[in-house]
Design a protein around this ligand. Structure first.
Ligand SMILES: CC(C)(COP(=O)(O)OP(=O)(O)OC[C@H]1O[C@@H](n2cnc3c(N)ncnc32)[C@H](O)[C@@H]1OP(=O)(O)O)[C@@H](O)C(=O)NCCC(=O)NCCS
Ligand SMILES: [Zn+2]
Length: 216
């Protein structure tokens, strides 16, 4: 079955499939429509778009509905879990959403985690391990960054990371990043943190990160 860049495999010509694809593709281009976004006070604005923080202060049922934004973002990396379902544990899960009207056009997920690898970039753009012994947390990590396709390459992800890191009281070089990175994610991270950074993941995720070919 052919797969569209929006992440959906579907059969063209079948009404039900075409309808589902229309929705998925629209969400991929512009973000999910989430009217609850209007009910949250923005913490700041990024590139003119209000940024809201979905944390423990937001009612559970609202968090649950807004978690749709994380599920839409997950379509870019279907092999990995969405990372947010509205539940809040001692890991202090937060979902940051940049909105354009009622559209969640940018998201960042954060949570506390333990055990981070000290990593850096080689001149060739691959990832290198600085220290074989991981740093024991807890540290806040960025579990996912996603920007709707029509909004990419306008500096929005960079501005969102900067705002989120500040709100969490971190420096951009102190926050952790979930491994492995996607190609887009590696390009973004290398631009934002060109030197040493913290990666969070098990040995397999670390190996995939270190083995990832240089971006062409
Ligand atoms: C990764 C992602 C969030 C970047 O969002 P963005 O808003 O386009 O990023 P920015 O505009 O802030 O990019 C800043 C810089 O990062 C680098 N960069 C970001 N995305 C890049 C890409 N796809 N290819 C090459 N460089 C890229 C560039 O240096 C860019 O600066 P430039 O546009 O002036 O060249 C977006 O591509 C995305 O959502 N991808 C799908 C989900 C994903 O893979 N997330 C990462 C998980 S680890
Ligand atoms: Zn599509």
């Amino acid at each position: 079955m052919p797969k569209c860049e929006c992440g959906l495999s579907y059969v063209s010509g079948i009404d039900e499939d075409e309808k589902q694809h229309e929705t998925w593709h629209d969400e991929y281009l512009h973000g999910a429509i989430l009217p609850d976004l209007y009910t949250l006070n923005p913490i700041c604005s990024v590139a003119g778009y209000p940024l809201v923080m979905v944390d423990a202060a937001v009612p559970r049922e609202v968090r649950f509905r807004l978690s749709k934004a994380a599920y839409v973002a997950q379509r870019a990396t279907p092999d990995y879990p969405p990372g947010y379902d509205g539940t809040i544990s001692e890991a202090d899960e937060r979902l940051f959403i940049a909105r354009d009207d009622d559209r969640a056009m940018g998201i960042i997920l954060t949570a506390l985690d333990e055990c981070f690898w000290s990593l850096t970039w080689t001149h060739g753009g691959t990832v290198q391990l600085i220290d074989r012994t991981p740093h024991r947390g807890p540290l806040q990590k960025i579990g996912r960054v996603w920007i709707a396709k029509e909004y990419r390459r306008r500096g929005i992800a960079s501005l969102m990371v900067k705002a989120v890191v500040e709100i969490l009281g971190y420096d951009v070089s102190d926050i952790g990043w979930e491994l492995p990175l996607t190609e887009d994610g590696a390009a973004l991270l290398q631009k934002i943190v060109p030197s040493k950074w913290w990666g969070r993941g098990d040995n397999f995720a670390l190996r995939d990160t270190l083995d990832a070919p240089r971006r062409t």
